[in-house]
Each structure stands twice: as structure tokens, then as C-alpha cells.
Design a protein around this ligand. Structure first.
Ligand code: NAP
Length: 553
């Protein structure tokens, strides 16, 4: 009964360190880790202890006998990562090398104080890593009253198991030394210099909030937009509640075929009754119930072998949705199969080859994967009524009627005030997380390495940054904060009286879960005002707690 890693694998590697026989790979210190689409359990080496199940923050691991039918392909997928041992015992019993926890050398001028800007996975993993050390203080600043970044506003609502990583994040908020300054915008309420006055170091984990824009005629017409805006809309992000999403035509087109494109296509073609059992926003659910969309085309400019979506996501999608290809694209799949050498690409192509053809009548809203389609221009005068592609590598054009055209061509980092920025790469220039030319300033996550990888990839990314930060602190390279420990709270409350702390977030969280009742995991608040009203129900700190905070205790 070996254990199996399935679709929602977040790659944070917690399972690797929990496994007593080192049967989960690639591990964060192995060369293939950075590019792996998921982690895999060696079925011959697994001793079925279940330690990985407890360690996994997203519930992605189960014994092979307990998998749902749609998860069965993952048995072969895990096994295929490992060589066949042919009767010999697999090379187990080697404990995975655990990254050294950063040892903070305490100094007479008080404990290490770090401000983290942003509260998504990279921020929370960095906080976790720092708080492994006694006495360290971490203050997390987030401009929304709710934390966890793309886990809350980016993960599709039908991927609830992935969102379970928030249980781990909530645990981190309860650690001694952790503080939340939610609803506080760095650059508006407090500056970079303010943060440096109150901390030894500032670590930016602000992600890559902008979309990469497609510069073709017609973008900007009503009916055009970006997949990431739509993701924020169906996830109830307060800035996107009024986003117009044109669902009044039978076809929508998504340009680009990464995992974000798959997420959006899935939500646009999922039965709204099934979505109604998730935390999808009520405004999106109502719009999806009235939707006329019967087909979503996901258009890639390159060939099937170059598909940007990952294999686990493709397996998950084809298990639950009708996914088809035109005959010409099936032909491309066969051509690519004849040349594909690496196992991952072959696996993807073999799944694509088994999909139905678009010529067959649709039985329900479906997804069509299209290839060699370079967007040329959007069609329409007052609003989008179609898109024209160039067949990649030729001058041939292909037109398609559609009422909604979304680009899903990746994210882009945004410059942070008072911090260096590499505009060409869309990241903050850094070496192993240490910002170039800005002492005391660090980065982790997408603003450090660009918009790639999965939630858990940020764990090793953040750990690397924290190691550099602690090394600098231990070497005496970080300036001692000029302000007293207790002054920060007073300063921020003066500038932003509506700040939300850990207790406030707990109150919002509890209220949202209660609104979900028995049928839904939660019903999110989608207005800042409602979030603040819920936060106001949090128990007020006692006189003793307030006094301790002022004294920095
Ligand atoms: P992505 O994986 O980088 O895919 C971007 C897509 O846009 C590619 O198909 C790319 O095609 C295409 N593209 C780029 N520029 C284009 C242009 N000018 N014209 C036409 N097409 C263009 O980006 P993403 O989907 O935004 O995902 C970002 C990261 O988040 C990825 O690491 C992804 O795996 C991760 N993510 C994971 C999950 C999950 O695990 N469930 C969910 C969402 C996101 P080319 O390949 O030809 O450049």
C-alpha cells in the first residue's frame, strides 16, 4: 500500500523531510527540484508510515488503496519517476539532508526584528523560517485586511485542497513573536524608511501583481481582459467585484496555455451547482449561472509538446471536464509524439492524443485546446466579437467568433518605492534574496525569482533568503533599528487606525466560515468595509497585553 502524491502537490517539500526513508524526490537540494512539476514517492521504497501525509499542508498524499478513481493515474506517474530496481532493494535509508535552520546569534541590543511586506506563501514561509529561532520578532504587513495573497485570491475555488495550506499559515500566526499589520499599505501608511527604523531588515514578498500585457489591436475593447483579473473576480478579491465579464456569447477564448488558463477555462465550464459548494464569490456564481458560454478555446502560440500547463493539472482537468482538440491539432500531437524524448512531454502528449475531437457534438460546456495560434488582433468595434490568429510560422490567418477574450500570458513584478527594480526582468535585483545595493533589504517569492513554480516552491526560496538575512545579522552587517520595540504599534495605529491584527483576521475568518454554513467552506467578504466590521468583533487586547506591546514584551 505505498503512498502516492496527487494533483494538489504544492512542492513545499515538507513531506521530504518527514519521510524516514528518503523516498520522496526531487528534494529541495536536488538539481531537478526547481523545475519539477510535482514531487514523487518511490513505491518500492515507501514504508507506508504515513509521516508524509501528516506533513503535507495540502492533503495531496494518500495510500494508493484510498485514491479516488480520477487520482489513479498518479500511481503510475509517481512510479515512473524512479528507475526499476529489478529485484534489488531500492537505495533507501538515507535521510534527506535537512536545510540547516538559521541560527541567530542574540545581541545585546535586543532581538532580531524583521518586517515582511506581503502575506502570501513566500511571506508566510519566510516568517515560519525566522520564527524557528527563539526571541525573533516578525511583523507582516499586508495592504488588504485579509492575508495569504494568491492562496486566497489566486487558487481556483474548485481546488479547495490546495487552499488547505492556510491551516499551516494560521499556525504560523500563532507563533510567539509573530505580528500582523493587515490593511496597512507600505508606501502609503508606512514607508520603507519607517520599516527600517523599526526593524533590522525588511523582506519584500509582494509577488508579481501585474499581468503581462498583450500588445495587439483591440485589447481594451469591452469583452477583452486578463485571466488573472477574472481569477481575482471569481475569488472575491475586493478590487475586482465589479469586473465586467462577458459571458453572453457561446465562446470564450483564452490566449496562453499555462495553469492559470486551465484554471479559468475550468471555472467557466464547471457546473455552477458544483461551484456553489466552494468558496467562489457570490457575484461570480450568479454570473456563471446565467452564462451562455458553451466552449472555451485555450489558444497556444506553439505546439502541443511546448504546452505550458503541468502534467498534474492536465490529468486533473481531463478527469473532470470535456476537453477536445481539432483534427489538425490532433495531427500536431501525433507529429510531436514521434519526436518527444523526455518522459514528461511524452506523458502530456499521450494524454492529449486520447482526447476527443472537436468535430463531435458537445454534450456540456467544454474546453478546446488549440495550437500554433499567435494572436494577431481582436475583432469588433464597440465590443469584442472575435479574435484573429496567425497560424504560427506562416502568413495564414484564422478567425474565431467569441464574446470574451482573455490573455493569460504570465505575471509581472511591479517596482517597489525606494527599492531597486530591474524593469527588463520584472524583479528586484538580488543575490540569493539579498537586494543589490540596498542594505537591510531582502526579497522572496515571485518578486525575487519571477512568476514561476507552485505554492510550496516558495518554502525553499524563502529559506534561502532567511539564511542570507540571518548571516548578515550575525555578521553585524544590519543597522540596529533606531526606534524602540514598542513604538511601531503606536506609529502604525496613528497612521492607519483601521489596521487588522491576528485577532482581527481570526474574527474575519470565523465570520466567513460561519457564513458558509454546512454547504460551503466559507463565503468571503468582498468589501473592505464588511471585512473591517467583522474584524471589529475581535476581542480587544487586555490592559496587560497593551502594556506589554508598548514595552515591547
Ligand atoms: P505560464 O505558465 O508562464 O504560461 C504563460 C503562457 O502564455 C504560455 O503558454 C506562453 O506561451 C504564453 N505566452 C506568453 N507570451 C505570449 C504572447 N506574447 N502571445 C501569446 N502567448 C504568450 O504562466 P501562468 O499560467 O500565468 O502561470 C504562472 C505560474 O503559476 C506557473 O509557474 C504556473 O505553473 C503557476 N500556477 C500553478 C497552478 C497550479 O499548480 N494549479 C495554478 C496557477 C498557476 P509560450 O510558452 O509560447 O511562451
Amino acid at each position: 500500500m505505498p503512498h502516492v502524491i496527487t494533483q494538489s502537490c504544492c512542492s513545499d517539500g515538507s513531506c521530504v523531510y518527514a519521510c524516514p526513508v528518503n523516498c520522496i524526490h526531487p528534494s529541495p537540494d536536488e538539481p531537478g527540484f526547481a523545475t519539477a512539476e510535482m514531487l514523487y514517492i518511490d513505491p518500492q521504497a515507501c514504508v507506508d508510515c504515513g509521516a508524509c501525509v501528516s506533513a503535507c499542508p495540502v492533503g495531496a498524499i494518500a495510500p494508493d488503496s484510498r485514491l479516488e478513481s480520477k487520482q489513479l493515474p498518479f500511481i503510475e506517474l509517481n512510479a515512473a519517476f524512479y528507475p526499476k530496481y529489478e529485484g534489488k532493494l531500492p537505495p533507501t535509508s538515507k535521510l534527506a539532508p535537512v536545510l540547516d535552520a538559521p541560527v541567530v546569534h542574540s545581541r545585546p541590543d535586543g532581538p532580531l526584528r524583521v518586517a515582511i511586506v506581503g502575506s502570501g506563501p513566500a511571506a508566510m514561509y519566510a516568517a515560519d523560517e525566522l520564527l524557528t529561532q527563539e526571541g525573533v520578532e516578525v511583523n507582516v504587513f499586508e495592504k488588504l485586511p485579509t492575508p495569504y495573497g494568491l492562496v486566497r485570491a489566486g487558487v481556483a475555488p474548485d481546488h479547495q485542497t490546495t487552499k488547505r495550506v492556510t491551516t499551516l499559515f494560521d499556525r504560523i500566526t500563532r507563533k510567539r513573536g509573530f505580528g500582523f499589520y493587515l490593511n496597512v499599505e507600505v508606501g502609503t501608511h508606512v514607508s520603507h524608511a519607517d520599516l527600517l527604523d523599526h526593524h533590522h531588515a525588511v523582506l519584500y514578498a509582494v509577488g508579481a501583481p501585474n499581468d503581462r500585457r498583450l500588445d495587439v489591436e483591440g485589447m481594451g475593447l469591452p469583452g477583452s481582459g486578463t485571466a488573472t483579473e477574472v481569477v481575482a473576480w471569481f475569488n472575491g478579491h475586493p478590487d475586482f467585484t465589479d469586473l465586467p465579464v462577458a459571458l453572453d456569447h457561446e465562446r470564450a477564448v483564452i490566449v496562453g496555455n499555462g495553469n492559470v488558463a486551465l484554471d479559468v477555462a475550468r471555472i467557466l465550464t464547471t457546473d455552477p451547482d458544483a461551484l456553489a459548494r466552494t468558496d467562489v464569490s457570490d457575484h461570480a456564481l450568479a454570473a456563471l449561472r446565467d452564462s451562455k458560454v458553451r466552449e472555451v478555446e485555450i489558444a497556444a502560440r506553439r505546439r502541443p509538446a511546448d504546452s505550458a500547463f503541468t502534467l498534474p493539472e492536465l490529468i486533473g482537468l481531463t478527469a473532470t471536464h470535456e476537453v477536445v482538440l481539432d483534427a489538425a491539432d490532433h495531427e500536431l500531437v501525433q507529429q510531436d509524439l514521434a519526436h518527444a524524448t523526455d518522459a514528461l512531454t511524452r506523458n502530456k502528449l499521450e494524454i492529449l492524443a486520447k482526447l476527443g475531437t472537436a468535430e463531435a457534438p458537445a454534450t456540456r460546456p467544454r474546453i478546446r485546446l488549440a495550437y500554433q495560434s499567435t494572436p494577431h488582433r481582436l475583432l469588433g468595434t464597440d465590443r469584442v466579437d472575435g479574435i484573429e490568429f496567425t497560424v504560427t510560422g506562416s502568413t495564414e490567418r484564422r478567425r474565431l467568433a467569441a464574446g470574451l477574450v482573455l490573455t493569460s500570458i504570465g505575471y509581472r513584478g511591479k517596482a517597489i518605492r525606494d527599492v531597486p527594480f530591474d524593469d527588463a526582468a520584472g524583479v528586484v535585483p538580488n543575490e540569493r534574496g539579498r537586494v543589490t545595493g540596498a542594505p537591510g533589504t531582502y526579497v522572496a517569492g515571485w518578486i525575487k525569482r519571477g512568476p514561476t513554480g507552485f505554492i510550496g516552491t516558495n518554502k525553499s526560496c524563502a529559506a534561502q533568503t532567511v539564511h542570507e538575512l540571518v548571516a548578515d545579522y550575525n555578521a553585524g552587517a544590519l543597522r540596529t533599528p533606531s526606534a524602540r520595540r514598542g513604538d511601531l504599534d503606536r506609529l502604525v495605529r496613528r497612521r492607519q487606525p483601521d489596521l487588522v491584527d491576528v485577532a482581527g483576521w481570526k474574527a474575519i475568518d470565523a465570520a466567513e466560515v460561519a457564513r458558509g454554513g454546512d454547504d460551503r467552506p466559507r463565503v468571503k467578504f468582498t468589501s473592505i468595509g464588511d471585512m473591517l466590521t467583522a474584524a471589529a468583533d475581535a476581542p480587544k487586547p487586555s490592559l496587560r497585553q497593551r502594556l506589554l506591546a508598548t514595552l515591547g514584551g
